[in-house]
Design a protein. Structure first.
Ligand SMILES: NC(=O)c1ccc[n+]([C@@H]2O[C@H](COP(=O)([O-])OP(=O)(O)OC[C@H]3O[C@@H](n4cnc5c(N)ncnc54)[C@H](O)[C@@H]3O)[C@@H](O)[C@H]2O)c1
Length: 331
């Protein structure tokens, strides 16, 4: 372990993106402690060598007591609820967890003098942007409660950085996707709302996928998104922690590839990698679903020296297919 390493508290480390970050941290020689309430995460995602503190961030006193004897110098904060539709139906859940829980965690970090904080933000903070390639200096204009909770925490982190020693990166992920190459770790959400697992389910069950909007002003009429592999997200997080430890002031960074892929192109990729047909039906457009959400990715390269390594959509969908075939991502 190099002198630059330390102990990283990973909230939500039993979840999908957090699970990959934990593995990347261990591979980089860091010590890791996971805090997770296992509400949507999975105990089996926690490596045997990593301590798991089971606690709910909304319970400030419980978290302080559970972490009383745990030393850490940096935090990666993945724990949140992350369903756009649910956030519209049940905004209280989102404000209490994504904002209330995060404020509890940040209070603890300030009291302990923790200086490095990496926050899971999202391209949902851009709302329905007027341009196809999104740069970080666009205004935050979220259009649903989920996006608003993330935008508010970005603001809180900016305010805290201006007044305290808590520096942070706000990493705005585009569409986290894929699984480990060996098929042992992947996406396991219930209900599943992400396109690639839903397309793979449609392939295996032959129950048609709903494609929301086929008449958008995009090359094939379906929505275009930026699919970034979770291992690439994980490596950006490790780089971000290290930059903060080196004294970098932090900031907001897009984590995307800069490459747009349409829903129909994902369906075609799934058909190629699985050898199965993906049945689908056209459904009406959904409110708040912009036609294009694609990153202008240059800033993360400049600041973190980060570039996605998984550049082929077939390889991303192929890794998810391998994971899907093992059974954990199936209904
Ligand atoms: N998956 C994506 O495409 C994507 C895109 C943009 C941003 N994000 C953000 O990335 C983060 C991780 O997303 P994910 O897809 O891995 O979700 P996930 O549901 O797989 O992981 C979230 C983890 O946080 C834990 N958690 C939730 N509330 C908690 C609480 N109050 N106390 C303790 N633990 C709690 C859950 O048990 C789970 O393990 C979230 O903050 C999400 O908003 C995800």
């Amino acid at each position: 372990m190099s002198a630059a390493n330390g102990t990283v508290l990973v909230t939500g480390g039993a979840g999908y993106v957090g699970g990959f970050a934990v593995r990347a941290l261990l591979a980089a020689g860091e010590r890791v402690v996971i805090l997770d309430d296992l509400s949507t995460g999975h105990r089996e995602n926690v490596p045997a060598t990593v301590p798991l503190v089971v606690a709910d961030l909304r319970d400030a006193a419980g978290v302080r007591s559970a972490l009383a004897d745990v030393q850490f110098d940096a935090v990666m904060h993945f724990a949140a609820n992350a369903y756009v539709g649910e956030s519209v139906r049940d905004p209280r859940k989102y404000w209490e967890n994504n904002v209330g829980g995060t404020l509890n965690l940040l209070g603890l970090c300030l009291d302990r003098g923790v200086g490095a904080f990496v926050f899971s933000s999202t391209c949902a903070v851009y709302g329905e942007p007027p341009v196809p390639a999104l740069r970080e200096d666009l205004p935050r204009a979220p259009v649903n409660p989920y996006g608003r909770t993330k935008a508010v925490i970005e603001q809180v982190l900016e305010d805290y950085a201006a007044a305290t020693g808590l520096r942070s990166f706000r990493l705005r992920y585009f569409n986290a996707s894929g699984a480990s190459e060996d098929g042992t770790l992947g996406e396991d959400h219930e209900p599943e709302t992400h396109l690639i697992p839903l397309v793979l389910r449609a392939a295996t069950t032959q129950s048609p996928l709903k494609v929301f909007g086929t008449d958008w002003a995009t090359p094939d009429g379906t929505c275009v998104r930026d699919y970034v592999h979770v291992e690439d997200l994980a490596s950006a997080h490790v780089a971000a922690i290290r930059r903060l430890r080196d004294g970098h002031a932090g900031g907001a960074l897009n984590l995307g590839t800069g490459r747009g892929t349409s829903v129909k192109e994902i369906i075609e990729a799934a058909e190629r990698v699985s050898g199965l047909t993906v049945p689908w039906t056209a459904a009406p457009r959904r409110d708040g679903d912009p036609p294009f959400l694609v990153a202008a990715p240059g800033r993360a390269a400049e600041v973190l020296g980060w570039a996605p390594r998984w550049t082929s959509i077939d390889r991303i969908v192929g890794s998810a297919w391998k994971w899907h075939q093992r059974g954990r991502s199936q209904p």
